[in-house]
Design a protein around this ligand. Structure first.
Ligand SMILES: CCCCCCCCCCCC(=O)SCCNC(=O)CCNC(=O)[C@H](O)C(C)(C)COP(=O)(O)OP(=O)(O)OC[C@H]1O[C@@H](n2cnc3c(N)ncnc32)[C@H](O)[C@@H]1OP(=O)(O)O
Length: 212
């Protein structure tokens, strides 16, 4: 196995307990009227797998071979833990993940966390801090949670860690993300249904069934 150790200046290090963003530029703030997440009964129990929301999804679909095929388990409360392998085709800079792929993983994981509070959501706003290079052939774990809701708005955040392969260190956060998702109803995808370019597997989740 390739041994890769990235520089870890104390100033740029993020830790598990006292997450700090000293070298980050985020201006993300949670609103004063934020409500604590109310978990829907359909959301599986902690430790249970959370099925894909759509079999053709680039983030989680198992009928989408070009996608990153993330898998998820439910975490504590309104949270999920997702994993995927950083395949060589996801290369951006030499030997490292493309930033857009990390963005995809955050988007997917934070969207999946929203399933704890709503049947279906779409991303309205997503912002990412790329804290460390992420080598190809590593396994990335994204922990995502709902921080709270305001009407249809779902506020989320997430952290990424390398848990296996090159650069693995579960104590180092290699990226963070914050995102706003909006709860939608079944009319949202009505106009684009005809664009679906393959026959999806049987609708496996309530969200799939409600979308198509
Ligand atoms: C399928 C199963 C999945 C279930 C599982 C999900 C996992 C999927 C993971 C991948 C998810 C994706 O990539 S989804 C694909 C990428 N995203 C999209 O395609 C979304 C495109 N955008 C839209 O369709 C629209 O802009 C919406 C739906 C996001 C919002 O439109 P709308 O419904 O008309 O809502 P609108 O009235 O404008 O706004 C409602 C409230 O939200 C606020 N708001 C709206 N946008 C923003 C914004 N960017 N930044 C800040 N705040 C915003 C407004 O100020 C307002 O606040 P207030 O007045 O109430 O205070």
């Amino acid at each position: 196995m390739v041994d890769i150790t990235f520089c870890r200046s104390e100033d740029r290090r993020l830790d598990r307990t006292g997450l700090h963003y000293r070298s980050m530029s985020s201006t993300w703030t949670l609103p004063d009227d934020l409500q604590a997440p109310t978990i829907v009964p359909e959301f599986p129990a902690s430790g249970e797998p959370l099925p894909r929301h759509w079999s053709l999804c680039f983030g989680c679909g198992d009928d989408q071979p070009s996608g990153i095929q993330m898998t998820f388990v439910v975490g504590d409360g309104a949270s999920v833990v997702g994993r995927f392998e950083v395949a060589r085709r996801y290369q951006g800079g030499p030997g490292v993940i493309h930033g857009g792929i990390l963005g995809t993983a955050f988007d997917e994981a934070q969207g999946m966390a929203c399933r704890s509070v709503a049947l279906a959501v779409v991303t309205a706003h997503l912002e990412i801090d790329f804290a460390r290079p992420i080598p190809l052939d590593s396994t990335l774990e994204i922990t995502a949670k709902v921080d709270g809701t305001v009407r249809r708005k779902v506020y989320t955040s997430a952290e990424a860690r390398i848990v296996a392969g090159p650069g693995a260190d579960p104590d180092v956060v290699v990226g963070t993300s914050r995102g706003l998702f909006l709860v939608i109803d079944q009319t949202h995808f009505e106009k684009v249904k005809s664009m679906v370019d393959a026959v999806p597997a049987a609708a496996g989740t309530a969200a799939e069934a409600s979308s198509f």
